[in-house]
Design a protein around this ligand. Structure first.
Ligand code: NAD
Length: 296
């Protein structure tokens, strides 16, 4: 069993870290929020006073932070890489800009540390169930070292390519997710405005050609799926501002590669309007509230 430092215990990091504790690994954890740390210490993890304290003596360091600035802030600006012992494997599971992932990976390599980017898909439900998909960028040998630990948190592990490639694939996936969630919300609002029951319409779509991850597992309409964030006041889940970040990363990737992403840009504008209206902290399926006039 490995000694693992886990930094970033939010909606995703906490359930992922809990699965590692349950698998018998010795976890030392750190988060800026004491409440986030408490759930892990209750389960048997050791709390560290800082990220630098957490990585002392670790075989593996895992980070699950919101965005590029946090990952670069921790590893480079706070020089966490300089505190990590030789031979330690570094795994960043956050969704960040591919260039940031490459920059941190190069800095890790320069210090003799193996590092992979391993962003995830599957949502908070997948994180709790240990069924996440890991999308890895970096050396194959480092992925093989990480695999036994990733398997305790996920079911599917893909090697997308070199450092940063995991992030490119993840950004493409999330652009599609943002478009599909907005489209699902729009279709449900249209049906309800024309007299349909949202549950009946959702059941029909889930078995018809419009089905997608939202209609199968994450319906945006309140009351349709008991366990979806929509039925819990859009609390927890995947924040609107995190989706907005990912659609921004897609826009940056499109600019740098001269790609056209008209639907991705439209989705980014929809989530931006929604966030600016005060919903940035809600789950992203609350985009359905942009169509609220049809619901009233
Ligand atoms: P979150 O905002 O719930 O959690 C982030 C955590 O990081 C918070 O607890 C915060 O206190 C902590 N943190 C921030 N800066 C820190 C620092 N310097 N040191 C220590 N801790 C720090 O976010 P989340 O939903 O868990 O998402 C994390 C990452 O995973 C994001 O990049 C997101 O895009 C990605 N992701 C999220 C989901 C989802 O469904 N929520 C799914 C797939 C991928």
């Amino acid at each position: 069993m490995s000694s693992i430092a886990f930094i970033g215990l939010g909606n995703m990091g906490a359930p992922m870290a809990l699965n590692l504790v349950k698998a018998g690994h010795a976890l030392t954890v750190f988060d800026l929020s004491p409440n986030a740390v408490r759930q892990l210490t209750d389960a048997g993890a050791r709390a560290a006073g800082s990220a630098a304290d957490a990585v002392k003596g670790a075989d593996i360091v895992i980070t699950m932070l919101p965005a590029s600035k946090h990952v670069e802030g921790v590893y480079l600006e706070q020089d966490l890489l300089g505190q990590i012992g030789a031979g330690t494997l570094v795994i960043d599971c956050s969704t960040i800009a591919p260039d940031s992932a490459r920059k941190v990976a190069q800095a890790a390599q320069a210090r003799g540390l193996e590092m992979i980017d391993a962003p995830v898909s599957g949502g908070t439900g997948g994180a709790a169930a240990g069924t996440l998909t890991f999308i890895v960028g970096g050396p194959q040998a480092a992925l093989e070292r990480a695999r036994p630990v990733l398997e305790k948190m996920g079911k599917n592990i893909f090697h997308a390519g070199d450092a940063g490639a995991g992030q490119v694939a993840k950004i493409c996936n999330n652009m599609l997710l943002g478009i599909l969630m907005a489209g699902t919300a729009e279709a449900l609002a249209l049906g309800v405005a024309n007299g349909l029951d949202p549950k009946v319409l959702s059941d029909i779509v889930a078995k018809s050609s419009g089905r997608n991850w939202a209609t199968e597992l994450y319906n945006p309409w309140p009351g349709v799926m008991e366990h979806a964030p929509a039925s819990k006041g859009y609390a927890g889940g995947f924040g609107v501002d995190l989706m907005l970040k990912d659609l921004g990363l897609a826009a940056e990737s499109a600019l740098s590669s001269r790609s056209a992403i008209p639907l991705g840009e439209l989705a980014r504008n929809l989530y931006s309007l929604h966030s600016n209206g005060g919903s940035g902290g809600l789950d992203f399926s609350s985009i359905v509230n942009l169509y609220a006039s049809e619901r009233d």
